[in-house]
Design a protein around this ligand. Sequence first.
Ligand code: NAP
Length: 271
Amino acid sequence: MAEEGAITVIGTGRIGSVLARAFDAAGREVIIAGRNPAAGAALAASCQMARCLPIRDAAAQAAILVLAVSPEACVPVLADCADVLRSDTIVVSLTNGVSLSALGAVTARPIVKLVPTLAQSVGRGAMPVMAGPNAAPAHIETVMALAALIGMPAWIDDADTRVASNVAGSALALVARFGEAFVAANAGRAAHLSSTDLTAMMAETFGAVSDLVARGHSFAELIAATATPGGVTEAQMAVLDADLPALCERIVDASFSRQSALQTESQARLT
Ligand SMILES: NC(=O)c1ccc[n+]([C@@H]2O[C@H](COP(=O)([O-])OP(=O)(O)OC[C@H]3O[C@@H](n4cnc5c(N)ncnc54)[C@H](OP(=O)(O)O)[C@@H]3O)[C@@H](O)[C@H]2O)c1
C-alpha cells in the first residue's frame, strides 16, 4: 500500500521546499526532483534524509507523486513521467491553476488535490483535500493521513475548492498583509518602539486569536470581549466595519475571477 512508500516531490520552489522538508522531518522517505539539479541537491542537503534524483527516476519510485511545479508545467511534467509510474502511485496536485481532469487525461493513476501553505513548515495550517479522477476513498485517506503528519487536512467537495483555498490558503497572505499594514500605521506614530517590536507583538496577538478560537471562543466573542462600549477599540472597529464586509466581498470576487481565468488559460494551453 502507498502509505509507506517514497514521497516524490517534483519542483524545488517555495511549496516544494516546504513539503519536502516537512515530510522529511516527519520521518517519511522523500525523493526530490527538479529541472535544476543544483537546486534539488541544495534542497536535499537542507533535509535530514531526503535524496535528489532526475525527474523520471524519482517518479518511478513514487508511492506519492507531488506535483509542486508551476501550473503550466503540471500536465507536461506528469505526461513525461506517466509511463514510469508504479501501479499504486497516487498523484497529488497542489494547484488551482490546472483542472484535475486535465491531469487525469495524461495518466490513469488516481489524482488527489491538496492545498498546502507555508504553515506546514511549522506543522500548522488547514489543508483542503479533494478527489480527482480515479481517486477512491482509500486514496483520499492515504493523502489525508500523509497530510496529517504536517498540518490539518480537511476532505472537501470539489465544488468548495475555491472557498476552502481562500480561507485555508490565501488567508495566510491576507492576514499577514493586514498585520503588515497595521504595524506600519502604528510604527509611523511610535516614539521608541520599532517595526520589529510591533511585528513581534502583532504575531503574538495572531497566535492568541488562534489559541482562543481553538478553545471554543468565537470571533464575535473575542471582539465583544475586547471592544468595550465607548472605548478605543470600539472606535477602531467602527472604521473597520464600515469597509471590511464590502472589501471581503471584492477579495472573494477577485479570487473567483482569477480562478476562471486560470482554468481558461490552462484549457487553451492544452488545445
Ligand atoms: N506557494 C504556495 O504557498 C502554494 C500553495 C498551494 C499551491 N501552490 C502551487 O504549487 C505549485 C508551485 O508553487 P510555488 O509557489 O512553489 O512556485 P515556485 O516557487 O515558482 O516554484 C515552481 C517550481 O516549478 C519548477 N518548474 C517550472 N516549470 C518546470 C518544468 N517544466 N519542469 C520541472 N520543474 C518546473 C520551477 O523550477 P525552477 O526553479 O527551475 O524554475 C520551480 O522549482 C504551483 O502550481 C502553485 O499553484 C503553491
